[in-house]
Unconditional design. Structure first.
Lengths: 383, 351, 133
């Protein structure tokens, strides 16, 4: 296997893109990444996406987008792993380069969630869960996370405000990210007053419905051809799964897939959790941040929320999280999110994060979850 | 000989009731319409929740009946649901109920409709099926979630609830059938045409020529055929579209108020249509003692009446407590206002 | 309308029919063909008795398409006495009165209807245990 590096990044602003289509957004991100990489060709394109068929009436995204960016003829596929499709696409792209099959691969993530009515989007997002045993009962994706959060609060004697720091941190970081959806800081008071979607999860605990696209160009580390200066190495790429439905988990408060993929990634990179300088966590809901921190080994079980309360997750903290706003504030265009996370990790390791630059950042970790962590894809980047 | 009595002695092996938990007070309905023309016919009526219908209510009543009967549902050879509010116009409620309780397979299933006596019509058929030895056990259900047109007199009374009965051989019965009698004529006192949401009725025409004529003939016919007088019965249950009608009918026949009081539930749950006489009788069985003779007399518009005489056996003692009692369902209540009632009963225009 | 899909699940929806492993005795709902404990493929049907306790619950204020008419409604995870967790709606309740650990029992209710002219799907929900006997 060859070492793989990211040589180019591109992204579209995350927002409700009423005037732009899935292909428009993907094209903007990919052209940006190719320009950033100083390349004008690629051998393959892998597109992370969850709901193009359901919401935009469009499948076969590989062929569509390869053609749109002027690369008609290359290998191109859509990669789906629910909300973790972006991370999964990166993993497929990584394997394609590491295996020696291809020398230049584009990994893109693109999603448009605003093409239709809210309740259809809600129903479609619930497809990430178990259709016959969860969705049929009217259990939305938010509700699944609410069920976990309520039980977690019961087990560890917490109140909703104990989770507020994750939301405040994400919004504070998004202020300085021009590609983020929400660029205003929020206060604890606003957090407390926000409306429940499925108690105890409020609007302020959950990532927004939005559109976006991001892209990466990958090349073998030993063939960078002048791209070396800005290249960021992928030190680990690992994936794990859990049962799709929460009902099938013996211990629903433990994210096994996160543990499996994190441990594999640490082993590949030859690091321990405490070596990680920043973590782009899958903070679709505050409870996912907390449980991910525990299963990935950053906090003891039951103590994930404390990490935030103790101020360790800010840019200057011990483990900066969601450094460009995370899913909560940058936005969560589901199948694209994993690629945004990688773009942001690369930005940090290049030292281009501006006011949000994590000092001395050398090791960045990203984690993309599909469903309620039925799928977890972890990547570790180094400069 | 107009008495109906099968060659083989049969009886009730198990029974079960169901009433949904919501109630709307009659005074709340009157408030919306600026008062009731003829006073309030009852105190309050039962209203089904959004996830309830004749099928789900029948399933719970049927499970209660099975729990009391203690038989394997696969021993049932018929399951019939009588109702005027089947959720499908075409597709049986009874097949859903049969499958839900584990009785599907080698069984007859069908829906009955005869305004408020569809359930007792099904009970007569079940008696015939078991009495002829075509079947060992058969279940008859009367269940309704009836609707009255807003502001119509029926809006005060159209309730929800009903009961399920398992008929089987007399030797295993908690109440043995002594005989039954049915009386039917063409009398258009109340009807609902195909595709219509609400029924029409003949106001005072529903009284003398319809309810009273048929109910009195049904009950008196049975008494005459069996050679009994009202005092031979511990309890009597009549179809109960309101409180006054069954009280008047009972009085005309010579029954005392205390004989009908335990089985007169309309004041608290409304008129449960196909379920009305049958759930009145489950309330009576819950408190009956061995040896008690019970008259159950239904009335259905259109019109007709089925009357039954049962004698309670020793087996009642062990079976009553095996499932929820009727009065428990009656006392389980959450009062809602007219706005929620309108929503739960689909009276809001949504599209 | 998902006619075949809902029809084939009716034994599970009506009677909580899952499976039990003939080798190690592990019980599953939803049913499985491969035992998660011992990897045996020798599993037979097992009907759960429908009693358990509330593991967690939430009240939805925003619903997926097809469920908007039911809002607000409560969904929960129920830990059955025989082991497995089942997710379902919790019915006949005032959510403010619900507590984690509360005893619940299975009932059969309407899960959804596919519009006014479509099929009605019936299946399990749970409600606080009510002993009316």
């Amino acid at each position: 296997m060859r070492d793989v590096s990211v040589v180019g990044i591109g992204q579209a602003k995350v927002k409700e893109h009423w005037e732009r289509s899935l292909r428009d957004l993907a094209t903007e991100a990919i052209l940006g990444a190719l320009k950033d990489a100083h390349v004008d060709h690629a051998d393959a394109l892998y597109v992370g996406n969850m709901l193009s068929g359901e919401l935009a009436g469009q499948e076969n995204l590989g062929a569509l987008i390869a053609d749109q960016v002027g690369l008609r003829g290359i290998e191109a596929l859509k990669v789906e792993a629910a909300c973790g499709g972006g991370g999964a696409a990166l993993r497929v792209g990584y394997l394609a380069v590491a295996s020696g099959q291809f020398d230049v691969v584009i990994v893109a993530g693109a999603e448009k969630l605003t093409e239709t009515s809210n309740c259809l989007t809600t129903a479609s997002l619930a497809m990430a869960a178990d259709g016959d045993y969860e969705t049929i009962h009217g259990i939305s994706f938010v509700a699944l996370n609410a069920l976990l959060m309520k039980r977690y609060m019961y087990e560890y004697d917490l109140v909703p405000e104990d989770f507020a720091a994750f939301t405040l941190n994400a919004h504070a970081n998004a202020v300085n990210n021009p590609y983020a959806m929400f660029r205003a800081p929020i206060t604890v008071e606003q957090y407390k007053k926000s409306r429940d979607i499925a108690d105890p999860i409020s609007v302020m605990d959950s990532a927004p419905i939005c559109d976006g696209a991001a892209a990466l160009v990958l090349m073998p580390t030993n063939r960078l051809n002048g791209n070396g200066a800005r290249a960021i190495k992928i030190a680990a790429s690992a994936s794990g799964t859990d049962s799709l439905g929460l009902q099938d988990r013996r211990d629903p408060l433990w994210l096994s897939a996160v543990e499996i993929s994190s441990q594999k990634a640490y082993a590949q990179a030859g690091i321990a959790p405490q070596d990680v300088d920043l973590f782009e966590v899958h903070d679709a809901f505050s409870i996912m941040s907390v449980m991910s921190l525990e299963a990935a080994g950053f906090a003891e079980r039951g103590r994930g929320a404390l990490l935030a309360r103790e101020g360790q997750i800010g840019i200057q903290g011990k483990l900066p999280l969601s450094t460009m706003g995370g899913l909560k504030a940058r936005g969560h265009p589901v199948g694209a999110t994993g690629v945004y996370q990688a773009v942001e990790a690369v930005t940090q390791l290049r030292g281009q994060a501006g006011k949000n630059q994590v000092p001395d950042a050398h090791i960045a970790m990203t984690q993309s979850l599909g469903g309620v962590a039925a799928n977890a894809v972890t990547h570790i980047f180094t400069n | 000989m107009k008495l109906m009595k099968p060659k083989r002695d049969v009886g009730i092996i198990g029974y079960g009731a169901y009433v949904p938990r919501f109630r709307i007070r009659a005074e709340e309905i009157a408030r919306v319409w600026g008062g009731a023309e003829d006073g309030l016919p009852i105190e309050e009526k039962a209203v089904p929740g959004l996830d309830e219908d004749t099928v789900t209510m029948s399933i719970e009543a049927a499970r209660n009946a099975l729990a009391r009967a203690g038989i394997d549902p696969q021993q049932l050879r018929a399951l019939w649901v009588g109702s005027e509010s089947h959720p499908y116009a075409v597709k049986p409620s009874s097949t859903i109920v049969a499958d839900a309780i584990g009785a599907a397979g080698s069984i007859l299933a069908g829906d009955w409709e005869f305004a408020c006596k569809a359930g007792t019509e099904a009970l007569q058929a079940a008696i015939g099926l078991v009495g002829s030895e075509m079947a060992e056990y058969a279940m008859a259900i009367g269940m309704d979630t009836a609707q009255g047109r807003p502001h119509d007199a029926l809006e005060y009374t159209a309730g929800a609830g009903g009961a399920a009965y398992i008929v089987g051989p007399a030797e295993n019965a908690l109440a043995i059938l002594e005989g039954s009698y049915s009386y039917v004529t063409d009398t258009p006192d109340f009807f609902r045409r195909e595709h219509q949401h609400y029924p029409q009725h003949g106001n005072r025409f529903t009284g003398e020529p319809a309810y009273f004529d048929h109910t009195l003939r049904g009950a008196q016919g049975l008494l005459d055929e069996l050679g009994y007088k009202p005092s031979d019965f511990a309890y009597a249950i009549f179809h109960q579209p309101n409180v006054k009608f069954p009280q008047t009918a009972a009085k005309k026949l010579g029954f005392k108020p205390e004989q009908i009081a335990p089985g007169l539930l309309t004041n608290k749950i409304g008129n449960t249509y196909s379920g009305a006489a049958m759930i009145g009788a489950t309330a009576v069985l819950d408190i009956a003692k061995p040896g008690d003779r019970i008259l159950m007399c239904s009335f259905g518009s259109g019109a007709g009446s089925d009357a039954f005489s049962f004698v309670v056996t020793e087996k009642i003692r062990e079976r009553v407590a095996k499932a929820a009692k009727t009065m428990w369902y009656v006392s389980r209540r959450e009062v809602i206002d007219y706005a929620l009632y309108a929503r739960y009963r689909g009276k809001l225009v949504m599209n | 309308m998902d006619l075949a899909r809902n029809w084939r699940l009716k034994d599970q929806r009506f009677r909580l029919e899952g499976t039990v492993c003939a080798e190690c005795g592990a019980k599953f709902f939803p049913p499985r063909q491969v035992c998660t404990e011992c990897k045996s493929t020798n599993l037979t049907p097992h009907e759960f008795d429908g009693h358990g306790e509330l593991y967690s619950f939430t009240t939805l204020r925003s619903a997926p398409m097809g469920y908007e008419d039911q809002l607000p409604y409560v969904v929960g995870m129920v830990k059955l006495d025989e082991g497995p967790i089942v997710e379902a709606q919790i019915t006949d309740v005032n959510p403010d009165a619900l507590k984690i650990g509360q005893r619940v029992e299975m009932v059969t209710r309407k899960l959804r209807a596919y519009g006014d002219d479509g099929v009605i799907v019936y299946g399990y929900k749970f409600r606080p245990v009510a002993n009316g006997a």
